[in-house]
Design a protein around this ligand. Sequence first.
Ligand SMILES: *Cc1c(COP(=O)(O)O)cnc(C)c1O
Length: 364
Amino acid sequence: MSRPLRARIDLAALRHNLGVVRAHAPNSRVMAVIKANGYGHGVLRVASALETCEGFALLELNDAVRLREAGFTQRIVLLEGFFRPEELPVFAEYRLSPVIHSREQVLMLASTWLPSKLDVLLKLNTGMNRLGIAPAGFEKALEFLVNSPAVGQVTLMTHFACADEPEGVEEQFTLFRQVADGTGLPCCMANSAAILRHPETHADWVRPGIMLYGSSPFAGESAASLGLRPVMTLAGEIIGVQRLQAGERVGYGGDFEAEGPVRVATVACGYADGYPRHAPTGTPVLVGGREARLVGRVSMDMLAVDITDIPEASVGSPVVLWGEGLPVDEVARRAGTIGYELLCALAPRVPQVEVGREGLPAAP
Ligand SMILES: *Cc1c(COP(=O)(O)O)cnc(C)c1O
């Protein structure tokens, strides 16, 4: 038995969360966003649990190829498209759909012969100002793609900067509609926040990411209140217990000092596992299902928890760092970040264990 730290990945919860997407956007096809190794959950595992989705979106070409080789037949979209013309034959061979977001990509497509047509997504920059063709150049790019022998179906897309904030999507949405209306082409706009809050953006395709994994896209709204279930539970064990007297300190720098007698548990999980080093004293941790608090500095391989009020806790007691019973969003908030970052920063050294595969096809 190796070091007692595991990420349990609950595939039934993943399917449940897809059901929440479908309930909000019943008339849209779903392009599940599985970039960054499925937000840290394992890209092939996630895709197999979400095999009823009509498409997948990611930006790692090698993972896209692995999906095809594993037998997935859905549309596979590369959100940053291609970077060099040499990649285009791979897109053709594996029937991958690039997002075309720059003039340079349009030119690369123009000057490359391909054995088969690519379905593409043409991205309009409506104000995020990250990727996308400016509205002024959109018509020309679209005309070019529609007439290109290398291009099959064109879908129009954009990405919202503030779908999760009070500002909302109105300005970007209006601009997108102005350009897209009249083209008659399928459209794809909504991320999780827009799926949940801005139904007018659902259109032909939606692009949920974070909500599939059971984390909330909104700062002030819990995943549970949105009907979402956590998919990843990072679970460890107590591997040591110390008894401290007033004035004694814990960990590097001695940041935490006991004010009276305390029992402190050492848990086999640190920042090299993906636990945030910035989580301060007071960050919640579950020990044997009861809430306790992190104390002192998180180190590379271990962290400390005050178990004074949990007398039954001892070496071997189960610990949950986030997941079932302790929302990742709460831990992230304490550490000054968001659930997205903690999920996709789960370290490769943490073994992943699947649960809830009943009724699913065998893993690819
Ligand atoms: C990551 C990403 C998404 C998914 O966003 P969530 O907030 O995780 O739902 C959708 N579209 C694009 C272009 C993305 O990069």
